[in-house]
Design a protein around this ligand. Sequence first.
Ligand code: BEZ
Ligand code: FE
Length: 301
Amino acid sequence: MTSTIPAGVSAEQEAVEQQLIDTVVASFNTTDDPRLRQLMQSLTKHLHAFIREVRLTEAEWSSGIRFLTEAGHITDDQRQEFILLSDVLGASMQTIAVNNQAYRDATESTVFGPFFVEDAPEIANGGDIAGGAPGQPCWVEGTVRDTDGNPVPGARIEVWEADEDGFYDVQYSDDRVSGRAHLYSDDQGRYRFWGLTPTPYPIPHDGPVGKMLAATGRSPMRAAHLHFMVTAKDMRTLVTHIFVRGDRQLEIGDSVFGVKESLIKDFAEQAHGAPTPDGRDLGTRTWSRTRFDVLLAPHTV
Ligand code: BEZ
Ligand code: FE
């Protein structure tokens, strides 16, 4: 790792700084686990390269420590400020890129986010995940197949999304479960459910990460999306979302860098009174529909 040391730093000073790096790196030489050794030595080199390149002041070092302390204080079972930090720095998406390399035309992955909950209720195909959450009904259908085009029956499909006000159920003040469920693809790999038409919303920005975004002139808004996690035997687990074509936030930018062109889908607006695919009576409400065909990579890639 070579750092970019600004001009004006003397050769003697550079040698002092390099000596410290060498000593810290060597302190991990006795680490038994080779992977842990590699991680710690590389982290040391990159961290020191950053400090040296920007000539970090002691006041800046202190505010960094204060920032991390505040992130720790606001983190609990419901709020994970460190994942948010990783998300807004693009570190989550970079880790996903490294670990989910493109395989033929398998569906692309994107950021997991902090709002997934284990044990969401099961619904039958055609069921409704909204659970009373406010928003425009949206009919979602598609298939789960492998990259040779064979249907994948019995794939577990977890879906979760925010309501029209931008809140997930875990952000409500009660224990309601809404806007999330799981279902299984049928014997031909098909699935369908009622959800809500996604709307843009801000990531939680009342903590240190929000302050950092404000200080750097960045928006906390996410492009409108619907989360999916698809698992099936012998297949690579897919964590992804679909985005809404035409959403203005797609042009402005997504605060966690999660958008991929292949994941932008048409959500076709349906007039009120338009017949629904399953005969559901929506009265005078408008609704939308979309299609998301999932291609799973084998678990070996
Ligand atoms: C979300 O998708 O809800 C999300 C993702 C990353 C950070 C915060 C929220
Ligand atoms: Fe989300």
